[in-house]
Write a protein that binds this ligand. Structure first.
Ligand code: PLP
Length: 404
């Protein structure tokens, strides 16, 4: 074989989410948009805030040669400085109280990226050597496995608590070993909608600290946070660099500002990381190796303009309520989502794929849970029009009926 086998394998197998979304689009073209209830893709359904459009309009009036030129590989210094300032404004109180001003983020700690996907691949590239293990909490975003394996590390799945889907600290303790390089956690979580409690994160930090001290190998916490601002009912999303020193935050504006196609985000190496300066250099080196230098220049500048914007999550909150009430009345079991825009629902039989096939016959398109590394559930993305949820309820009722 003359071409790369791993790449060929990844390119030849579509992600289950994308496969279902493509089926949904084809089916809509066939029988009508309002007859198919597609809950597959995590594409934000609320538009980007108007301030984003205003910023773009202002920026396109800049001299073109300046606007479209390369930026430094890690991003424009003034953009990174404004992001650092915003981070400190929002989160520094909790970390400075504990750790003093050394814990404040600086422009130099940030590397601008093409979204969370690039943030995570860059971080893994900065950390991993062949033979390293990276733990993920199952159910998990399926691309983690692709990114971990392509950075020559091994993906180790550790189940979350099987009823609350919060972290299972005992299971994480059993999976840690001397090859563990990092743990990726994602809160608010895709696919479960769970927000990890402060209590469990403090416990996790103690576990990782104890393990790192015992083995002499630092275990890094990779905080994948594209859904940080999408929370309901006042759920708290603790700032992990304030809880665990060796944290790298991978952020993206794909979901918070509804800009998934623009590919913009950042990596933050927490100022309190062991080997901080080498890690900052390794992040830049991984960006260089992967060709992820100079994130889109226009959108770097848009982010500087919009850095403190909070999303209006009313529409998601409304959808979440509609789904919970509708499915709850029908007798479905699900985890009450505290964040993101996914509802994690128990399939009506142990085989989630078989359940999905029955749902599909009724034009319902959730994502079966096996591709998230967990049997027996489905993910319902509620980043859709409210009419899709309302219109789907008869089909969910028929599906429930078919199991009686
Ligand atoms: N991490 C999680 C948990 C996600 O759900 C997604 C996208 O859906 C990503 C990372 C990738 O985000 P981005 O589009 O910013 O690359």
């Amino acid at each position: 074989m003359s071409i790369n086998e791993q790449s060929l394998a990844y390119g030849s197998s579509k992600s289950r989410i994308r496969e279902i979304a493509a089926y949904g689009a084809a089916r809509k073209a066939e029988i009508g948009v309002d007859k198919v209830f597609d809950f597959s893709l995590g594409n934000p359904s609320i538009p980007a805030p108007d301030d984003v459009r205003k910023s773009i309009e202002r920026l396109v009036a800049m001299p073109a040669a300046k606007l479209h030129s390369y930026t430094p590989a890690s991003g424009l210094p003034e953009v990174r400085a404004s992001i650092a300032q915003s981070i400190n404004k929002r989160f520094a109180v909790e970390s400075t109280e504990l750790y003093g001003s050394d814990s404040l983020a600086e422009a130099n700690d940030l590397y601008m990226t093409c979204g969370a996907a690039a943030s995570i691949t860059i971080t893994l590239g900065a950390l991993c050597n062949p033979g390293d293990e990276v733990m993920v909490v199952a159910p998990y975003f399926p691309e983690y496995r692709v990114w971990i394996e392509s950075s020559q590390a091994t993906c180790v799945e550790v189940m979350a608590d099987s009823s609350s889907f919060q972290l299972d600290i005992a299971a994480l303790r059993s999976a840690l070993n001397e090859n563990t390089k990092a743990l990726i956690i994602n809160s608010p979580n895709n696919p479960t909608g769970v927000v990890y409690s402060r209590e469990s994160l403090v416990e996790l930090a103690a576990l990782l600290t104890e393990h790192s001290e015992k083995t002499g190998n630092t275990v890094y916490l990779i905080a994948d946070e594209p859904y940080r601002e999408l929370v309901y009912g006042g759920a708290e999303v603790p700032w992990l660099p304030g809880i665990y020193a060796n944290t790298i935050v991978c952020y993206s504006y794909s979901k918070s500002l509804s800009l998934p196609g623009e590919r913009i985000g950042w990596v933050l190496v927490s100022p309190r990381c062991a080997e901080h300066d080498q890690l900052v250099a390794a992040v830049a080196g991984a960006g260089r190796k992967l060709g992820f230098v100079c994130a889109p220049a226009l959108f770097q500048r848009v982010i500087a303009d919009c850095v403190d914007l909070e999303p209006n999550v009313e529409a998601y909150e409304h959808n979440r309520q509609l789904l919970m009430e509708g499915l709850g009345k029908l007798g479905y079991e699900f985890v009450e989502p505290q964040g993101a825009f996914y509802l994690w629902m128990k399939a009506l039989e142990p085989d989630a794929d078989a359940f999905f096939e029955k749902a599909r016959e009724l034009e319902l398109l959730p994502v079966p849970s096996d591709s998230f590394g967990c049997p027996g559930w489905v993910r319902i993305g509620y980043c859709v029009d409210a009419q899709t949820i309302e219109g789907s309820m008869d089909a969910w009722a028929q599906l429930m009926e078919s199991y009686r």
